[in-house]
Design a binder for this molecule. Structure first.
Ligand SMILES: Nc1ncnc2c1ncn2[C@@H]1O[C@H](COP(=O)(O)OP(=O)(O)OP(=O)(O)O)[C@@H](O)[C@H]1O
Ligand SMILES: O=P(O)(O)OC[C@H]1O[C@H](OP(=O)(O)OP(=O)(O)O)[C@H](O)[C@@H]1O
Ligand SMILES: [Mg+2]
Length: 282
């Protein structure tokens, strides 16, 4: 039975469970449940603190887990990324009071507050910068400068709203770009069942990323239309009752749906229909 660690709290928890549900797995209904068996799929889920997921995976007591790339790296566990999952996207950045610091070299001799001390320590060491201290905080790191425990912070930034509200601005290059990832233990053979989990999660990602597009097009324009919708392998082209026309079906990136419909219409396609993909296995 494959043992999978899933975040029990925080911003990763709900989307991780939702993705597993879409991939056909049982998920808990009560957030106090710590373990959940899914015998039909031969897996067992362990709901753990997001920071601890990589520790268990690295120790080999669970076979795989979902966590943030930033959390995995900060844990320094013996775990590696197996599949990026596309949610909880964020950057990890330095920030300081607006206008005060423009270059990471200025961190030298200053205190840096963060919840990711290992990541920050490694990054500064790699850049030859020695802060006075790395102040480890559990959260609400943006308040640390105003409250006088640090001059600089390093924290998760998505929209930047929290930073701005605290009178801070980012400086330097992103330390890291993060997102939710499926992780496994480093350097060991893939556990039985991981392939199936991976394929199912990839199926969910594809179903989110693509739509199915159907349209009718005059036979003489099929090549021009198919050039716009090449599909993943090759689009399905079927004859219509009116032999001068063909029906085409292809997968199209969801983000490009409207541009593709405009382009198809311009070359002469009509009755263009877009359908969401519920599930798929490529
Ligand atoms: N606002 C956000 N947007 C996108 N990703 C985020 C955001 N906040 C945190 N994350 C990501 O979520 C993961 C952190 O999960 P964790 O549960 O520790 O934090 P959290 O959501 O801040 O929870 P909490 O603050 O309740 O402890 C990291 O991978 C981080 O990059
Ligand atoms: O750039 P933004 O869109 O504002 O998002 C980033 C903020 O979101 C998270 O905070 P969270 O609400 O989880 O609080 P925490 O700092 O206590 O973890 C993160 O730690 C940042 O503070
Ligand atoms: Mg947080």
């Amino acid at each position: 039975m494959l043992r999978i660690a899933v975040p029990n709290k925080g911003s990763l928890s709900e989307p991780a469970s939702e993705m597993l549900r879409e991939a056909g797995y049982r998920q808990r209904r009560d957030t106090r449940e710590l373990v959940l068996a899914d015998p039909d799929n031969d897996v067992e889920f362990f709901f753990l603190r997001p920071r601890d997921v990589a520790v268990y995976v690295g120790a080999g007591t669970v076979d795989a887990g979902i966590t943030g790339r930033d959390l995995m790296l900060d844990s320094a566990a013996d775990a590696e990324e197996h599949l990026p999952l596309g949610f909880a996207r964020s950057t990890f950045r330095f920030a300081a009071p607006t206008g005060e610091i423009t270059d990471i070299a200025q961190i030298e001799g200053r205190r840096v507050a963060t919840s990711y001390s290992v990541l920050v320590g490694q990054y500064l060491a790699e850049h030859g910068i020695t802060p006075t201290a790395i102040v480890h905080l559990d959260g609400a790191v943006e308040s640390s400068v105003r409250l006088g425990v640090a001059e600089v912070i390093a924290d998760v930034v998505e929209t930047g709203t929290t930073l701005r509200a605290a009178g801070l601005e980012i400086f330097g290059e992103p330390i890291l770009r993060s997102e939710a990832v499926l992780i496994r233990r480093k350097g060991v053979e893939a556990p039985a069942g991981l392939d199936t989990l991976t394929r199912r999660l990839q199926g969910v990602l594809t179903a989110h990323e693509y739509v199915l597009m159907d349209y009718d097009v005059p036979q003489s324009l099929v090549d021009a239309a198919v050039a716009i919708t090449p599909g993943l392998e090759s689009p399905t082209v079927s004859p219509l009752h009116d032999r001068d026309w063909a029906a085409v079906r292809a997968m199209v990136r969801r983000s490009e749906t409207n541009q593709v419909m405009d382009a198809l219409y311009d070359v002469g396609a009509r009755a263009i229909l877009v359908t969401s993909i519920h599930a798929c296995r490529l």
